[in-house]
Design a protein around this ligand. Structure first.
Ligand code: HEM
Length: 431
């Protein structure tokens, strides 16, 4: 299935699930494995028997680029890094961070005023990427990119495309082609930016308990040593990548869906206008904006930014009654899970109301897994949810976004699910 999977992974997995049900055997290049779509089997792989699984060799590309950090490492080393980072994501920290998020969304919204007046389409994908990157930088790393601010956008796009496109490929993609040279140059920009962030903090140590200070002050229990510079660089790059990209895509797909569904958009605007009465949203408002949360969930259901992931079995296992031999892969594909007709009525229809409590009660928890599950569940899930809700509320209070007429929207499954041709939208001012 390698050529087919490389061409259209989502199509292949969707058709397999439709045709074969809970478990489908796959041979992809030299790798063999099962696509599992029964929520019980997904729970087994990600949670109940998580000890029997490592991230699959498909992550090797990501590891080559990122290094061995929280997203890509395993076992004791992973656990140590996770424990170091975890306090930065505690509930109490989130409340403080939400203030920074709300302020940055307000600043970005203010910058849209002239764009709205000019009436020219803006690439919302790029706008959201910039916003979420700034949020990670300020809220977690207490930094900005100094001289790298202007070069990071292009570098980011090149890296993403290169790592994403090579995800399913078998070669190492290190031939000295023009494309590879561009990738290397982009990687140097990113590395420069990360080094800048770390050097700035060393120059001006901050009193704040943010993620960067946790990473920098962590000491090994046995040796008392701090994290090496290399490891610090790996973790900062990991958070910059994992925190910006996915959240930004959740926002971009939300704007797209709202632009296509005026009834949902009207209902969202009405909720925001009634609850906020014109003042900017903050963290404490989120509990009173239930429809906003349903919109965000429904957007991540239809277009899960982390659309698919995979694991490798360390020992033989049984999935759905079939033996999965050691070394084989288990594919867990949120995009497929989120559109299974058994759990989602009219799965291709955007309908935030399906997340109303009484309509969700019967649904298995593992049918909705935008943040993964089990020990390797996203560490930034609450961070991302707060950020998306505050950002949507801030922008939707002031603007309506319209997709440029005739623009083709094509979900592009790289490592994350991106709009292949961007998301050009015009900004209409509401207030
Ligand atoms: C809508 C936004 C987000 C989505 C959909 C998302 C999704 C995911 C998923 C599915 C995983 C698990 C992957 C696997 O099991 O193979 C994951 C892991 C991770 N995410 Fe997120 N994420 C989001 C936002 C964030 C944010 C904001 C941060 C950091 C600020 C972050 C940092 C991480 C890290 C470090 C991991 C690895 C955790 C570990 O293995 O211990 N993510 N994310």
């Amino acid at each position: 299935m390698l050529p087919a999977v490389r061409r259209d992974p989502i199509g292949v997995f969707m058709r397999a699930a439709r045709q074969f049900g809970d478990v489908t055997y796959f041979k992809i290049g030299p790798r063999r494995g099962f696509l599992v779509t029964n929520p019980d089997d997904v729970r087994h792989v990600l949670q109940d028997n998580a000890r029997n699984y490592h991230k699959s060799p498909l992550y090797e590309k990501l590891r080559m680029f990122l290094g061995n950090g929280l997203l890509t490492s395993e076992d004791d080393f992973w656990l140590r890094q996770r424990r170091i980072a975890q306090p930065a994501f505690h509930r109490q920290r989130m409340a403080a961070i939400a203030g920074v998020m709300a302020q940055l969304a307000r600043d970005a919204a203010a910058r849209w005023r002239p764009l709205a007046a000019a009436g020219r389409p803006v690439d919302i994908d790029e706008e959201m990427m910039r916003l979420t990157r700034t949020v990670v930088l300020r809220a977690l790393l207490g930094a900005d990119l100094g001289p790298f601010t202007s070069t990071i956008d292009d570098a980011w796009t090149i890296i993403n495309q290169h790592v994403g496109e090579s995800f399913w490929s078998l070669g190492l993609d290190t031939l000295p082609t023009l494309k590879y040279r561009r990738f290397k140059a982009a990687r140097a920009v990113l590395r420069g930016a990360v080094d800048h962030v770390i050097a700035e903090r060393r120059r001006n140590p901050s009193g704040s308990a943010d993620l960067l200070s946790m990473l920098m002050s962590a000491r090994d229990e046995e040796t008392g040593e701090s994290m090496s510079d290399d490891q610090l660089r790996v973790e900062v790059t990991t958070f910059l990548l994992a925190g910006q990209e996915t959240t930004s895509l959740a926002l971009t797909w939300t704007w797209y869906l709202l632009s296509q569904h005026s009834a949902a958009r009207d209902r969202l605007e009405a909720e925001i206008d009634t609850v906020l009465d014109g003042r900017p949203p903050d963290y404490s408002d989120l509990a009173n904006l239930p429809y906003l949360r349903m919109v965000v969930d429904e957007s991540m259901r239809m277009y899960p930014p982390a659309w698919g992931f995979s694991r490798q079995a360390l020992a033989d296992d049984t999935l759905g009654g079939f033996r999965l031999p050691r070394g084989w892969l288990a594919f867990v594909i949120p995009y497929v899970m989120h559109r299974l007709p058994a759990y989602w009525q009219d799965p291709d229809v955007f309908e935030p109301e399906r997340f109303l409590p009484d309509r969700s009660a019967e649904r298995p928890k593992f049918a909705f897994i935008p943040f993964g599950a089990g020990p390797r569940r996203c560490i930034g899930d609450q961070f991302a949810l707060i950020e998306t809700q505050l950002s949507v509320a801030t922008f939707a209070q002031q603007y309506r976004l319209h997709l440029q007429p005739g623009h083709k929207v094509d979900p592009w499954p790289l490592i994350t699910l991106r709009p292949r041709f961007g998301m050009p939208m015009t900004i209409e001012r509401r207030t």
